[in-house]
Design a binder for this molecule. Structure first.
Ligand code: SD4
Length: 343
């Protein structure tokens, strides 16, 4: 009898030893969209160095901006119809509910840094376009050309392809060509709808939960290839790109921002976690709401609550059946790639 009891105990301990590192919730926690592990590690290092959760989000997203994660976050990606790269970013403090964000930011590489400056050096929430860039320059951010050889070649190829595909609809260009100027009315000849590229993962969304449950979240992106100049996506919109509330948790989104921002998926997920919904279900519900209206949309959401539990969900479309994200906590001891099956 004694042997059996001990044996069962040992067996249980053995099983737990293997299961816990993968499933146990611990704080602090860093979680971000896509396999951007260097960004996760940078955020974790910021925490280990005594930085705040905001510092961690800023450092993590900034690392992606500098690395041009996947060749598409930060400078030199997603040239718009004029060939220019512009950036969107936001950061949110879940303790104070303050948000700083920039949209259509030009000439400045460190968009998340400018977003934080909007939060900490103004009473505003969102600055956009040329004026946001002038604000950044005045705050000491370096102005530089965001163009790279790669962005030039993407743009040149698109011009060669008669500016197809693109995001315009119900317009006609100059009759002799396809590239505009466009006039309202007739349908653009041979227009092919431009979709957010499921293979070009343009957005880092990050949630950091501190050891005492403080939450911060942020995003940074260069948006969408060949976007109409002036286009701002979901990433810098509080509740759409990301959301943080230290009484519940945080969420961040990636995908077709033009569609997703209409549903505030990050806000919805955090509100659900506030009522006790677990992170995976909260993420799933956010995706489901969008699916009702846009069954074919491309997108994913990550969610984490203040106990360190986390989850993710994504909409299954051709070419996108699994979504990868990265987690770092004291159990993982390094950036841990995780993936979820889309539904
Ligand atoms: C946008 N949500 O600007 C971003 C793009 C993205 O994976 O996340 N792509 O619409």
């Amino acid at each position: 009898y004694f042997f059996c009891k001990t044996f069962v105990k040992m067996l249980l301990c053995f099983i737990l030893m293997f299961l816990l590192p993968f499933g146990q919730a611990t704080l602090p926690l860093v979680i971000n969209t896509w396999p951007f592990e260097h960004a996760t590690a940078a955020a974790w290092s910021a925490l280990q160095a005594g930085g705040s959760v905001l510092d961690a989000v800023e450092k993590g997203c900034a690392r992606c901006e500098a690395d041009q994660c996947d060749g598409s976050v930060g400078f030199g990606g997603s040239p718009d119809e004029r060939g220019e790269t512009t950036l969107d970013a936001m950061i949110m403090n879940g303790n104070t509910m303050e948000v700083g964000a920039v949209g259509d930011l030009r000439r400045i590489k460190n968009a998340i840094g400018v977003a934080r400056a909007v939060m900490e050096r103004t009473d505003h929430t969102l600055l956009v376009g040329e004026s946001a860039s002038v604000f950044a320059e005045n705050m000491g951010f370096t102005a530089e050309d965001l163009t790279t050889n790669k962005s030039i070649s993407i743009f040149t190829q698109w011009l060669k392809d008669n500016c197809q595909p693109n995001y315009r609809k119900n317009v006609s260009p100059d009759p002799s060509q396809y590239c505009g100027p466009y006039k309202p009315g007739a349908t653009l000849r041979q227009r092919r709808k431009r979709q957010i590229d499921i293979h070009a993962h343009d957005t880092i969304g990050m949630i950091v939960i501190g050891k005492d449950g403080q939450v911060a979240a942020g995003t940074s992106t260069n948006g969408a290839n060949h976007k109409v100049p002036g286009r701002v996506g979901d990433s810098p919109i509080a509740g759409a790109g990301s959301y943080a509330d230290s009484t519940a948790g945080g969420a961040a989104a990636t995908g077709d921002g033009d569609v997703m921002m209409r549903f505030l998926p990050s806000y919805l997920a955090v509100e659900l976690m506030k009522t006790g919904t677990d992170p995976s279900t909260a993420c799933k519900t956010s995706i489901s709401r969008i699916k009702i209206h846009y069954p074919g949309f491309f997108g994913a959401v990550i969610c984490a609550n203040t106990t360190g539990h986390y989850g993710a969900a994504c909409n299954k479309v051709p070419g996108f059946s699994k979504f990868t994200f990265v987690v770092y906590n004291s159990q993982s001891n390094s950036p841990l790639l995780q993936s979820v099956d889309c539904f």
